[in-house]
Design a binder for this molecule. Structure first.
Ligand code: ZN
Length: 305
């Protein structure tokens, strides 16, 4: 009699197809660059391209659905560099541009006046035209808020020197810069000092109420590895937490906003019955209070001092 030595059927192993593997590799490469991978059937995308849908800090790598993903991976660095180059702010410092800009501003009042004369007919008023022109020049002359440069915009040499991922906006080498790498923070427009009555936020007028950014530590990565965390700022407090913990914080916040909305709704309804009080009665009350305290002080003998 023979013993059956056939091994028990193995657990079915999921076989990744070549396309699955290419997809995973491409996805990982996009992640490293802070780019969202979007496989698309859209008619406008005829070849792989890095583009920005809304916010300049959040580009996507659009790849046509039928494209060879290994080829898309090979093209990614080039596509990313092309996108990053477009993001580099133009150099308004050039003298020609400054000169042209001055000429342009000088020409605006005349052009507006001419246009107003032509279109407004009897309603034309030189002062209104001059006001519009002055407003326009004032708006154009306002300095544009500067976005911090990303490591990708600074170039591959910078990235290699500091070990920066493409998204990093730290000015390494400057005294106030961190050793770790960070995205530009997302922030509430609301400032901590606008809502904090504890006093902790005094003198922190520009500190946002809440902020968050991705932080990567990769100093001597071969020895100590690489760690990605989230800085979650709330007023003067700061949490440095793992992405998983940040996910928990996000879930907690989502659940909380629903209940916060209920509290705000209820407070608004309740506040409908609020009233200011009578200034005259308040004055009498304060005076009576002052007399009462004076009498107590005198009884204690403090009044003599
Ligand atoms: Zn960096």
């Amino acid at each position: 009699m023979r013993i059956n030595t056939t091994p028990p059927a193995a657990e079915p192993v999921h076989e990744y197809s070549a396309r699955d593997r290419a997809h995973i590799a491409l996805d990982a490469a996009c992640n490293k660059l802070g780019v969202l991978l979007e496989i698309t059937n859209g008619p406008k995308i005829t070849e792989p391209v890095v583009k920005t849908r809304t916010e300049p800090d959040h580009p996507s790598y659009f790849v046509p659905a039928k494209w060879d993903l290994a080829d898309a991976l090979a093209r990614l660095p080039r596509c990313y560099e092309e996108w990053a180059a477009e993001q580099t702010p133009a150099e308004p410092a050039s003298e020609t541009f400054a000169l042209n800009r001055e000429q342009l501003y000088a020409a605006i009042p005349g052009a507006i006046d001419e246009a107003a004369r032509a279109t407004l007919g009897e309603q034309y008023n030189p002062q209104v035209a001059a006001d519009i022109a002055a407003n326009m020049v004032a708006l154009l002359s306002q300095p544009k808020p500067q976005r911090p440069l990303t490591a990708a915009q600074r170039g591959t040499e910078w990235m290699a020197k500091w070990g920066c991922p493409g998204f990093c906006v730290q000015e390494h080498g400057q005294p106030e810069a961190s050793e770790f790498h960070t995205t530009a923070p997302v922030e509430t427009a609301l400032k901590a000092s606008e809502v904090d009555c504890s006093g902790y936020s005094q003198g922190t007028d520009n500190l946002p109420w809440m902020s968050a950014q991705t932080v990567v530590s990769n100093d001597q990565a071969q020895a100590y590895g690489r760690r990605t965390n989230v800085f979650l700022g709330y007023g003067v407090h700061l949490a440095e937490i793992s992405p998983a913990e940040a996910r928990r914080a996000l879930d907690a916040m989502r659940a909380f906003t629903v209940r916060l909305a209920a509290v705000v709704d209820f407070a608004e309804q309740t506040a409908a019955d609020d009233f200011a009080g009578d200034a005259e009665i308040a004055r009498l009350d304060r005076e009576a209070d002052a007399r009462r305290r004076a009498a107590i002080d005198e009884a204690r003998g403090d009044g003599a001092r």
